[in-house]
Design a protein around this ligand. Structure first.
Ligand code: F6R
Ligand code: ZN
Length: 191
């Protein structure tokens, strides 16, 4: 018998999350960002070009998901996996974004690896939170967010955010973040 559903209403489902390895074994979507997708984001553009050409354009990060409708009432969720590495002295990071609907928050539950979540508002506020296995970072509404991998393992998180949130990358592409995170002389520095 066919089921009558209201618009945006879907059937319940479940999906396996591999907590030990910080991954989703059977995603239906895999979004990838390679070094060549990161042009303009790092301080050392020359080092990035070297990584693209001599380093064979390595995977920077991937987002694994089984999407749900991008509509109010739904909860989007995904696994975000950021590789370890450096562009010059700057540690690998995600592009970072504001949510298009500014009133939407996000939860990142870190499943493995170590790093930081850098956050900023359009009004000039700035914050950074530690990411490590078992730690949850709450990104409040209006805060742009970017994760940075400071360790040697993949920095993996389970993310949840409202279905209608959307992603605004353009503003961060223009503004950047007030601070960058580097590995200098074996030490992690923020400047
Ligand atoms: C979703 C979210 C994460 C990121 C992912 C990749 O709102 O914040 O799932 O999308 O960590 O980072 P971006 O989207 O900045 O390339
Ligand atoms: Zn987000």
């Amino acid at each position: 018998m066919s089921k009558i559903r209201e618009e945006g209403v879907i059937d319940p489902f479940s999906v396996l999350i591999d907590l030990e390895n910080g991954t989703m074994p059977e995603p239906s979507n895999r979004i990838t960002r390679k070094a060549s997708d990161m042009r303009g984001y790092y301080a050392d553009g020359k080092a990035l070009e070297e990584l693209i050409t001599s380093g064979n354009d390595p995977l920077h990060y991937e987002v694994l998901e089984r999407p749900v409708p991008q509509a109010r009432g739904h909860l989007m969720y995904c696994i975000s996996r950021l590789m370890p590495g450096r562009v010059g002295e700057e540690l690998f990071m995600t592009k970072g974004h504001y949510h298009s609907v500014k009133e939407t928050a996000e939860i990142y539950l870190c499943l493995g690896g170590e790093g930081y979540m850098a956050m900023k508002t359009a009004g000039g506020a700035w914050a950074v939170e530690r990411m490590e296995r078992g730690r949850m970072v709450y990104v409040p509404p209006t805060w742009a967010h970017r994760s940075i991998n400071t360790g040697r393992e993949i920095l993996s998180s389970f993310c949840v955010y409202p279905g209608e949130a959307g992603h605004n990358y353009g503003d961060i592409e223009k503004e950047g973040f007030p601070k960058r995170i580097f590995m200098k002389g074996g030490r992690i520095v923020m400047e």
